[in-house]
Design a protein around this ligand. Structure first.
Ligand SMILES: [Zn+2]
Length: 96
């Protein structure tokens, strides 16, 4: 888990995991760094709350995005996320 920057979020964080496609040695899935971001999150920036008509001293929020496609890539070794959106039944049928 590390600090992360996203527009409209303060503070933000990112949860990374070792790339299981390459075992951490580096590949095109992890862009040669050996790890991959799987869960970004944070709380809305106070200006976002003000823009929504909310007092940031009274209101807050929290979001987390679970990268299901990336987690499935790590579990199955699929090395191209575009395959999940390809509608190629030969590919998709392996996940019955
Ligand atoms: Zn990798």
């Amino acid at each position: 888990m590390r600090a992360g920057f996203f527009p409209f979020v303060e503070p933000g964080f990112e949860i990374d995991m070792k790339c299981l496609v390459c075992g951490g040695s580096g590949c095109r899935v992890c862009k040669q760094v050996g790890w991959i971001e799987v869960m970004p999150g944070g709380t809305p920036h106070p200006n976002v709350l003000r823009a929504a008509g909310l007092d940031p001293l009274l209101w807050s929020g929290f979001y987390i995005n679970i990268g299901l496609d990336r987690l499935v890539m790590m579990r199955t070794g699929v090395d191209d996320v575009r395959l999940f959106h390809s509608a190629d039944l030969r590919f998709l049928s392996q996940f019955k």
